[in-house]
Design a protein around this ligand. Structure first.
Ligand code: UD2
Length: 294
């Protein structure tokens, strides 16, 4: 298709595992995509380039079932740190529209509520996001947004997240797997799944909790992952980490044009190493047994 990333043939291609630390930080991938870290960009300069373009950024967030409780902090901190000064449209997917909190939004920022069915399986809620984002892009966003970011709701912003993250296809490296060999990544290893990545293959382990890019590229990502997830399901297989596994397989074949360091989605359980100078966005510690529907 016009404008799509070239399809690589990863199974016939062997190369050394890329790394984002190397004694120092590494700021470019072996396919020449920037890796964004603190001190690699100048925010004022980025704003000087992007603000005059009057771009609109959409952010999707799912708050289904008990996860509605995370929405207030998510939105409140996003107002302080996420694309401050830009046109931002939040799309909140929830089965409890009446419980969406009233958060004061800056001018040029809007909140849209999308009614979403619940499910008894958290795996399904998480994975169905791909389908619902695909539909959102097709039905609502075309011609109404330039970029989109898809974010986990059980998280908060603590630092600047702005124009330095813009790109066609943007992925965030998972904080638990940014060092160490790819043999330890939790990729889907069963070859009957469409999310399969074989031993000695793959680039990074990316988060399912934050990704984005241009509408066109994110549409290609979510629709491909959805088709693959559903085709697996029809054969009775669910990838180890649901849509996160499919996202990793997609990003391996269609290399991201920009990679964000784990500053952009930290988790408390990850050991804090010296290269992490700032945490911009991080997962909230939660009691899985209590919060999930099953
Ligand atoms: C990881 C990923 C997550 C997803 C999942 C695999 C990160 C930080 N998180 O997190 O994105 O790929 O693995 O499926 O990379 N949700 C609801 N209601 C529910 C359950 C989930 O709204 O009852 C939504 C909510 O927006 C939540 C997201 O789905 O943030 C992901 O679910 P999770 O946070 O329970 O998944 P987790 O922590 O295993």
């Amino acid at each position: 298709t016009e404008g799509m990333h070239p399809l690589l043939a990863p199974d016939n291609l062997n190369y050394a595992q890329p790394s984002i630390t190397n004694g120092d930080i590494v700021t470019v991938t072996p396919w020449l995509a920037p890796i964004v870290w603190e001190e690699t960009f100048d925010s004022n300069l980025m704003d000087h380039i992007y603000k005059p373009q009057n771009i609109t950024i959409s952010a999707t967030v799912f708050a289904v079932g008990k996860y509605i409780r995370f929405l207030q902090d998510f939105l409140h901190t996003a107002e302080q740190h996420f694309f401050v000064g830009y046109n931002v449209n939040y799309y909140v997917f929830t089965d409890k529209p009446e419980e969406v909190p009233n958060v004061n939004l800056a001018p040029n920022r809007k909140l849209n509520v999308v009614s979403t069915p619940s499910s008894n399986r958290w795996q399904e809620i998480s994975a169905r996001r791909m389908e619902l984002i695909q539909i959102l892009i097709e039905e609502k966003l075309r011609n109404h947004a330039d970029y989109i970011f898809c974010l986990d709701v059980d998280s908060k912003f603590h630092g600047h997240w702005g124009a330095e993250t813009l790109g066609q296809l943007v992925a965030v490296i998972h904080p638990g797997y940014y060092y160490g060999p790819r043999s330890g990544f939790t990729y889907e290893r069963r070859s009957k799944s469409r999310a399969y990545i074989g031993e000695g293959k793959g680039d990074f382990y990316y988060c399912g909790g934050a990704y984005g890019g241009s509408l066109k590229d994110v549409h290609a990502l979510v629709s491909t992952c959805r088709v693959n997830f559903e085709a697996d399901a029809a054969e009775g297989i669910e990838a180890l980490w649901q849509e996160e596994s499919h996202l990793n397989q997609y990003m391996w074949i269609n290399k991201p044009t920009k990679v964000l360091s784990p500053e952009y989605l930290w988790q408390d359980f990850a050991p804090r190493r010296p290269e992490i100078k700032i945490i911009r966005f991080s997962g909230v510690v939660k009691n899985y047994a209590e919060i999930r529907p099953n």
